[in-house]
Design a protein around this ligand. Structure first.
Ligand code: PLP
Length: 357
């Protein structure tokens, strides 16, 4: 028996999705395909609360993180860093050779609107990068409030890495003023890894049009991707199995109801946090705990490697600390298609294992 996934990606994949992705492929330049892509893109727009563009990418999320800074900045980027993945975004900006300033907070703390406002009031930035849900620390940033700040800086675009938050918590792309949001599908979308989705505002598309191809490259040129998207196509051969999977997953999300899906994530998060507070500590600053994963401090001083190993023996996969937190924290994901019963189950088994360590 395969271990059930309680790691923050890849997450548990339902049998119905597994069946959908194993369908026989269709030609990606056919009308059948166009219909499929069109349905998927409309469905994604609905759940991201956006009327702007949605683009599909056969890559993991990091491809789109790299593409975002390369397509959307020609002046200077303000990267807000609160953990390992937002740090990666800053690295990708540096590697692209773009002008940048990086604004840190201590790990476990959120990026707050005041910090963003103070940075933007002092520098001439054309792009802000911020993470929605920092998977390394279990912090969920207040993107709506950060988006409010950005409204006072009309030439500055807002790019949000929503990898482990999208579909697990509301991401109101248009209302919050997000110019680009992105996520891979192996997190709260609950599909197997290998595919990513993004939203792109009209003004972000205009910015990309003004950027040299030598900076953007071919594969991830948003203008090319958008042009193909208008015909319900992709620039390159897409991972058709993932698009089959997304189509079925969007039907499932609709049947559950998007608000119910978010409420389920909140309920699972509350259960895990309560459990964690009674036994360990929570790494995320109070009030900014993620609804999709929880990062625990090791207050009981238990052997975290043994804990993960013992869980695996019982067919449950949990995660250790990530990056600088390796060996110091551990994480449980409560996202995607996991249900409250799965959470109760894994917490009971954790208790049993911990008592024997
Ligand atoms: C917040 C965040 N950003 C980016 C990534 C990178 O995503 P991918 O592995 O799909 O490139 C991850 C992966 O865990 C993540 O959690």
């Amino acid at each position: 028996m395969k271990p059930k996934l309680f790691i923050p990606g890849p997450t548990h994949v339902d049998e119905e999705i597994l069946r959908a992705i194993s369908q026989y492929p269709i030609g990606h330049r056919t009308n059948d395909y166009r219909e499929l892509q069109s349905k998927v893109v409309s469905g994604i727009k609905e759940v991201l609360f956006t009327e702007q563009s949605v683009l599909l990418s056969t890559s993991s999320a990091t491809g789109l993180m790299e593409a975002g800074v390369r397509n959307l900045s020609k002046k200077k980027v303000a990267n807000f860093v609160c953990g390992a993945f937002s740090e990666r975004q800053a690295d990708l900006t540096r590697i692209a050779g773009l002008d940048q300033d990086v604004f840190h907070v201590d790990w476990g703390q959120p990026t707050l609107p005041d910090q963003v406002d103070s940075a933007l009031s002092r520098g001439d930035y054309d792009l802000v990068t911020v993470v929605f849900n920092e998977t390394s620390t279990g912090v969920m940033n207040p993107i709506a409030e950060i988006g409010e700040v950005l409204k006072n800086y009309p030439d500055t675009l807002l790019m949000v890495d929503a990898v482990s938050g999208m579909m697990g918590a509301p991401l109101k792309v248009d209302e919050w003023g997000i110019d680009m949001s992105l996520a891979s599908v192996q997190k709260a979308w609950a599909l197997p890894p290998g595919f990513a989705v993004m939203s792109l505002s009209d003004r972000a598309l205009e910015r990309s049009k003004s950027i040299l191809e030598s900076q953007k490259g071919y594969y991830f040129d948003f203008v090319r991707m958008h042009k193909a998207g208008e015909k319900s196509q992709t620039t390159v051969t897409p991972s058709i199995p993932h698009i089959y999977g997304l189509s079925v997953q969007l039907d499932r999300i609709k049947a559950e109801g998007i608000e119910n899906r978010f409420a389920r994530h909140r309920e699972m998060a509350n259960r895990v946090r309560q459990w964690g507070k009674e036994r360990f500590g929570l790494y995320a600053h109070a009030g900014y705990e993620s609804d999709t994963l929880t990062c625990f401090t090791n207050d009981m001083g238990i052997d975290l490697i043994a804990l993960a190993e013992e869980m695996k023996k019982r067919n449950y996969l949990i995660s250790g600390g990530y990056g600088d937190l390796k060996g110091k924290t551990f994480r449980i994901a409560h996202m995607g298609d996991l249900q409250i019963e799965d959470i109760d189950d894994v917490l009971n088994v954790l208790d049993e294992v911990i008592s024997g360590l």
